[in-house]
Design a protein around this ligand. Structure first.
Ligand code: FAD
Ligand code: DHB
Length: 389
């Protein structure tokens, strides 16, 4: 089999890239290790930046997103029980949209299925070859039979544990990393959200986040120490802990119920440099990880593949390699700003085991400054709603 672009991974990055290329008449085949149902069953991000919404519109999959997504003008921070709302629309004229990653994935998969583009699910033993030449290939096994896919380019959209970054020769890659001493325990519940907008709560017992997927489905998180076991967290224990970290009004308004999903995510910052190796490109979680606090993971994946699609379209349509040559530097500049923002949000909102009384006063001063200064609040708004590429 032959294609123009071999895409590894059918997460949001791979599916969106495939769709943007398809719209420009460029052929791409997606190889995915898991089944379609498995990919759709992963509960992950929930907040889309305005730029991500625009890209999904460009990809022709914005219909359900505009009909069902919840446009939020701002978010609330709750610091030791003091709540403050940041109104992004009023501050900078921008908003975010609450629409689950599962739904984005479903919309992209449906559009791909409808157009007849090739996606090979349950492709095992994917391996990348000769991407330092003009004729790269990707090999994989499907139902016990080995296949080879010849292509012009390979897009590594296979997440943090994927094969693409691991295929780069040692010494060609530099990585930067920070691991945080805690994780997020998240639950999904079919009950109305506690408030109209998201609440990011700092409390001495740890961070908590009240989010949502729809007017009848809520997503809540609490910070937990590393090594915590999911079996030790009954729904009742989760609700009690969440309530204690919120202000009185939110704690009283909280509608609890049986969880329909419960999982723990460790927090990490990670960036690989560069993101192009001959005819192989890295994008999304294959290239970087952010702690979820700033809601940037999915949005960064989208902006990476927006830039990669532009570069590949320039190559095929305008016969210019300027976009391909500039891809790595262009996206890394935005990636690092999102890394900074996610690290900063994590630093001010969580309780760190080694934070002393001085550190806690500094966290409080950050909140008081954000609350009092229009300039500081505007900087938060600019970053949260998404910086330009
Ligand atoms: P992925 O979604 O990871 O997709 C990569 C795909 O590649 C997967 O389908 C995988 O099966 C496939 N793959 C992997 N290896 C191979 C291989 N060898 N061959 C073929 N295919 C392969 N972000 C937020 O903003 N908010 C959140 O609350 C949030 N929660 C998260 C919770 C978890 C548990 C995780 C892991 C991430 C979370 N994120 C969150 C981050 C966000 O979901 C990711 O940034 C986003 O999914 C990145 O998309 P991606 O397409 O780059 O990678
Ligand atoms: C969600 C996750 C986040 O990391 C975040 O900052 C906001 C919302 C969510 O899953 O809804």
């Amino acid at each position: 089999m032959r294609t123009q672009v071999a895409i590894i991974g059918a997460g949001p990055a791979g599916l969106l890239l495939g769709r943007l290329l398809e719209k420009a008449g460029i052929d791409a085949v997606i190889l995915e290790r898991r089944s379609q149902d498995y990919v759709l069953g992963r509960i992950r991000a929930g907040v889309l930046e305005q730029g991500t919404v625009e890209l999904l519109d460009k990809a022709g999959v914005g219909g359900r997103l505009h009909a069902e997504g919840l446009v939020h003008d701002g978010v609330e921070f709750c610091f030791d029980g003091d709540r403050h709302r940041f109104n992004f629309r009023e501050l900078i004229g921008r908003t975010v949209t609450v629409y689950g990653q599962t739904e984005v994935t479903r919309d992209l998969m449906q559009a791909r299925d409808a157009s007849g583009a090739t996606t090979i699910y349950e492709a095992e033993n994917v391996s990348l070859h000769d991407f330092d030449s003009d004729a790269p290939t990707v090999r994989y096994t499907k139902n016990g039979i080995e296949h080879e896919l010849a292509c012009d380019f390979i897009a590594g959209c296979d997440g943090y544990h994927g094969v693409s970054r691991a295929s780069v020769p040692e010494g060609a890659l530099r990585t930067f990393e920070r691991v945080y001493p805690f994780g997020w325990l998240g639950i999904l519940v079919d009950k109305p959200p506690v408030a109209d907008e998201l609440i990011y709560a700092h409390h001495e017992r740890g961070f908590a986040l009240c989010s949502m997927r729809s007017p009848t489905r809520s997503r809540y998180y609490v910070q937990v120490p590393l090594g915590e076991r999911i079996e030790d967290w009954s729904d009742d224990r989760f609700w009690d802990e969440l309530r204690r970290r919120l202000d009185e009004r939110a704690a009283e308004a909280l509608v609890t119920g049986p969880s329909i999903e419960k999982s723990i995510t460790p927090l990490r910052s990670f960036v690989a440099e560069p993101l192009r190796f001959g005819r192989l490109f890295l994008a999304g979680d294959a290239a970087h990880i952010v702690p979820p606090t700033g809601a940037k993971g999915l949005n960064l994946a989208a902006s990476d593949v927006g830039a990669l699609a532009e570069a590949l379209i320039e190559h095929y349509v305008e016969r210019s390699d300027a976009g391909i040559d500039g891809y790595s530097a262009r996206v890394l500049s935005r990636i690092w700003k999102a890394e900074r923002f996610s690290w900063w949000m994590t630093s001010i909102l969580h309780t760190f085991p080694d934070t002393d009384a001085f550190g806690r006063r500094i966290q409080r001063a950050e909140f008081d400054y954000l609350r009092a200064s229009r300039a500081a609040a505007s900087a938060l708004a600019e970053n949260y709603t998404g910086l330009p590429l």
